[in-house]
Design a protein. Structure first.
Length: 308
């Protein structure tokens, strides 16, 4: 019945559709580099953008005997990263990625990570058929004076999970996939519009920051208790982190000491999603209230208020 319905729609469909005039939708179809793409916008708390090929990847990049293909990070021993089939060099692909970011209005970003683009083909039963390397995946992050902002997110922090809510601080990043045809996929989150220019500030001397932290950090955990018997930070990083501005709806990226405790495994770590997290303003030693910051950003979600 569904196939009959689709066939009826196909028979009555016009040869051409009028150009889009109403942009209130959240998904659009367009053409780039000779291929049709889907562009969608997700506006939960803040906009996130997704660009992907309209056709299935296996149709875009077929292989005899394969029923499907996916992108992967973990590669087989058969896949040799040095044999990259991409017709673009890494520098050429990087230029394409940065041109794309500029076209979608991205500003003040810097390259954070580069990975080869792996295509894993599989049989109908799910077993791996082959893995090819064709292209690059670039990750760009919001930058302040050529320094990337922090990617640490508090949603897994134990003391904030006790509030029965999802506490999230947006990370402004662009992830661009390039193959031999150009941009094949992209997703990005661009939450903040820069106003004015960065201003120089004086950092609190480190020893004074530690003295201040002996007061402010215990007070923070008193306000937001943890279930852990002990908190043992295994990382401290100086970076830029969001802080509420003087006016409602305005925020500042400030130099901040990021104290975190995260789990480490054999092949990877949860560094960006620590189980304990404290953000200290490096200019005055005060602790940034992450939960209140999330409320101000509109990214705070209380599970009790969510529809099931």
């Amino acid at each position: 019945a569904y196939l009959n319905e689709l066939e009826t729609k196909l028979q009555t469909a016009p040869d051409e559709y009028p150009a889009a005039g109403d942009y209130t939708a959240d998904t659009f179809i367009g053409t780039m580099n000779g291929y049709e793409y889907m562009f969608s916008v997700s506006e939960n708390a803040s906009p996130e953008y997704f660009l992907s090929l309209r056709e299935e990847l296996i149709e875009y990049r077929p292989m005899e005997g394969a029923s499907g293909v996916v992108w992967i990070d973990d590669v087989d021993a058969d896949a040799d990263e040095s044999i990259n089939q991409c017709t673009f060099t890494e520098d050429e692909a990087k230029t394409i990625a940065e041109d794309f970011i500029a076209q979608v209005g991205g500003m003040d970003v810097m390259l954070k990570e580069t990975k080869a683009l792996y295509w894993a083909y599989y049989y109908t039963n799910g077993e791996n058929l082959a893995t090819e390397v064709d292209g690059y995946r670039f990750t760009y992050a919001r930058a302040i004076n050529n320094q990337p902002t922090s990617a640490v997110n508090p949603w897994n922090a134990d003391n904030l999970m006790q509030d029965n809510a999802s506490v999230e601080i947006p990370v402004e990043e662009y992830e661009i996939y390039i193959d031999s045809n150009g941009v094949v996929m992209a997703n990005w989150s661009d939450y903040m519009e820069a106003v004015g220019q960065p201003e120089a500030v004086e950092l609190l001397p480190f020893n004074q920051m530690l003295e201040k932290a002996n007061e402010t950090v215990p007070a923070y955990f008193t306000k937001y208790p943890t279930q852990y018997r002990e908190v043992e930070f295994n990382d401290i990083t100086l970076s830029y982190y969001l802080k509420q501005g003087e006016k409602e709806g305005e925020f500042d990226y400030v130099p901040a000491w990021i104290l975190s405790e995260y789990n480490e495994y054999v092949d990877y770590s949860d560094k960006d999603y620590p189980v304990q997290l404290v953000i200290i303003d490096a200019t005055d030693g005060s602790v940034i209230d992450i939960l209140e910051l999330s409320r101000s950003l509109g990214t705070y979600r209380n599970y009790d208020d969510m529809d099931l």
